[in-house]
Design a protein around this ligand. Sequence first.
Ligand SMILES: Cc1ncc(COP(=O)(O)O)c(C=O)c1O
Length: 391
Amino acid sequence: MFSKRTSWDLKVNRITELLNQYLSNAENIINLTESNPTLVDLNYSEKILKPLNNLQNLIYSPDPKGLIGTRESICRYYEQKGIDLNPEDLVLTSGSSEAYNYIFRLITEPGDEILVPAPSYPLLSHLSQINDIVLKSYRLIYDGEWHIDFDSMKKSLSPKTKILICINPNNPTGSYVKRFEYEKVIKMAIANNLIIVSDEVFWDYKILEDTASIISFSNCQEVPNFTINGISKLLVLPQMKLGWIIINGPADFKKEALNRIEIISDTFLSVNIPSQNALSDWFYTMNDIHYDLKRRIKENYNFLVQKINSDIPVQLFNIEGGWNAILRLPNIYKDEQWVEMFLNDCGVYVHPGYFYDFEYDSCIVLSLIVSPHKFQKGIEKLIDRILISSI
Ligand SMILES: Cc1ncc(COP(=O)(O)O)c(C=O)c1O
């Protein structure tokens, strides 16, 4: 009765099973995986709600690419970052997943392949299955900072590869595409007739002050490309469901892509009008919460830097940006075993690295947006537990 593309293994995995038992007693769990910013005690101001109280919201006069005023306000944001965009090159979506979906429908045939970094966020495996395309990965390697392994990228290429995805910065490694990597990615795309998709939802969350590392694909004209972003991370408003695609590249490609994607978008018209009307005000009112969140991320990361010293048999990976930190634990247990142990023995929940396709066996991933008080308590407990196992 059901399509093969949805024949997922719906069995609850061991960690989720265990977590569900503990969640019945949720206040005893310190959840260091929480990445939903609306659930981490941030101070959302009532000012966010004011722009929703707008009589214009009662008028439904949609534009398939999104209301022009909304697209213009997004361009103003990029202008502040030194990036000049034309609002006509933007298409609004209800979020990044929908943006990916539009691009996959526009570019790929069933059985085509896309290249995705590993480790990275697991969202793309489901999205590719739903779109009947095949996900192939290329490695990111770590030597004090994360780099694209171009040899592994070449090995993963096939005549069916259509799209090269960069996640900039990547989740969970927090690594940006460096300038020299950007040049190589472009060359690789030209040589192999690939379209680049750059997912930049965490782009504004850099931790390193070295701005040379911060490159956006959004004004790249050499290669057909799509840049994905949205307010779920940028303005810390995932519930408002507003994202966008910036379409760029050679003029012929851009024109045809925009015409076609406009029809895809017109078929759904999924972006709600109140969020579109409110966006330009949110760009002004959200600075405070954005500032708070960035400060919190730095505070949590600095706490880790200070705690994970040479007396502790744990490696903290350097990050450049994003919302996560990665720890590599002693290899005496696998990531899943450590996660179970932390839940059972300390009531602390962290993600095992295998969720993100790490090649090392004993990595765990932590969310840096958890409130510092909880974060520090959770980390102290983890370190105590690790030390007991390592003696
Ligand atoms: C790299 C990356 N892209 C996209 C998303 C989803 O973003 P949105 O809420 O805009 O769908 C996530 C979610 O965490 C993510 O990590």
